[in-house]
Design a protein around this ligand. Structure first.
Ligand code: PSU
Ligand code: MN
Length: 303
């Protein structure tokens, strides 16, 4: 895929000079958040990563190329365009070949980041096994990517619109370590807790970086999850959000929402059912993840 990658000057120089770089996804811009908060978020995460001494590389597909780093103008295109493809592994070739606009998911961004030599990636939450996934087989391609691609994903856990237990089982089976950053509980995106634990709690970015480096030096292929709970001040109550999610899932079912439409539909429903409160939480956790990813990327480079 090398020949399809195109870097901004800033990212290319950072990679050449072995400076820390943090990958960012574009589906969260095009499908995860409404305009104009999506654009504001996209700019601010880049700023936060710079404050940590790292270079941000937002990834997206445009003009038949995988862009590693987006310009201000390109961020704007992803934030405002209709008909942006949501690109996971299966969509990559089609969107490049047809020169269409493609926002990369966690899976899609991991593929591009690995090829570019970027080890650390910040996002909001990962996809996983959906509730009733044992019937629908709705299992996010994020999980199969984590099983094989060498990139660490800093996230606020997985949303409880998913079956968190089965998601963690999948990760265990495929050898993906789940590291709790300053927590021993796997967070559930809007809330700092869930009914599940993490594999290891690590409290220092240097120690996280060392663990990642050792994994890959050992030749153990695959990603890692760095689960970083939403900051206390922005967290929503676990039980309250659970009720809202139940309602959103029922509505998705009643509207026959399937496939890749499920996640965006439920996110939007949760937002309106919480009077926009979930949006504030979503933004706060993404910013926190960017900060922690910047710290880990910097520590990784110094190792
Ligand atoms: N979770 C969020 N916001 C998002 C997503 C997940 O809180 O925008 C996006 C990510 O890009 C993730 C994708 O990779 O949804 C998962 O979609 P699916 O379940 O269709 O694989
Ligand atoms: Mn799905």
């Amino acid at each position: 895929m090398e020949q399809f990658l195109s870097y901004t000057k800033e990212v290319q120089e950072a990679l050449q000079n072995k400076q820390p770089v943090v990958a960012l996804e574009s589906t969260i811009i095009s499908h995860g958040l409404p305009y104009p908060q999506n654009l504001e978020m996209a700019r601010k995460v880049e700023e936060i990563i710079r404050e940590q001494g790292a270079v941000p590389a937002t990834i997206g597909i445009m003009d038949g190329e995988v862009k590693i780093g987006l310009t201000e103008e390109e961020l704007n295109v992803f934030a405002t365009s209709e008909n942006v493809h949501k690109v996971s592994r299966r969509d990559f070739a089609h969107v490049i070949a047809q020169r269409e606009l493609g926002a990369t998911t966690v899976a899609g961004t991991m593929i591009a980041a690995e090829l570019a030599g970027i080890k650390v990636f910040a996002t909001g939450g990962i996809g996983g096994v959906h509730r009733e996934g044992e019937i629908t087989w709705d299992v996010s391609a994020d999980l199969t990517e984590l099983a094989q691609t060498n990139v660490a994903v800093v996230c606020a856990g997985a949303k409880s619109i998913l079956d968190i237990g089965r998601t963690l089982e999948y990760l265990e089976t495929h050898g993906v370590p789940v590291i709790g950053y300053k927590t021993n509980t796997f967070p559930s995106f809007y809330s700092r807790v869930s009914e599940f634990g993490v594999d290891y709690q690590i409290d220092q970015p240097e120690a996280v970086a060392k663990s990642l480096k050792t994994k890959w030096d050992l030749g153990l292929e695959g990603g890692a999850i760095i689960a970083n709970p939403v900051p206390e001040h922005a967290a929503l109550d676990y039980n309250k959000i659970e009720n809202v999610i139940q309602e959103a899932i029922t509505e998705a079912k009643n509207n026959n929402i399937t496939g890749k439409e499920v996640t965006p539909f439920i996110l939007d429903k949760v937002k309106s059912l919480t009077d926009g409160q979930s949006l504030e939480t979503n933004l706060a956790l993404v910013y926190h993840n960017a900060e922690v990813a910047g710290l880990i990327a910097s520590a990784y480079q110094e190792n």
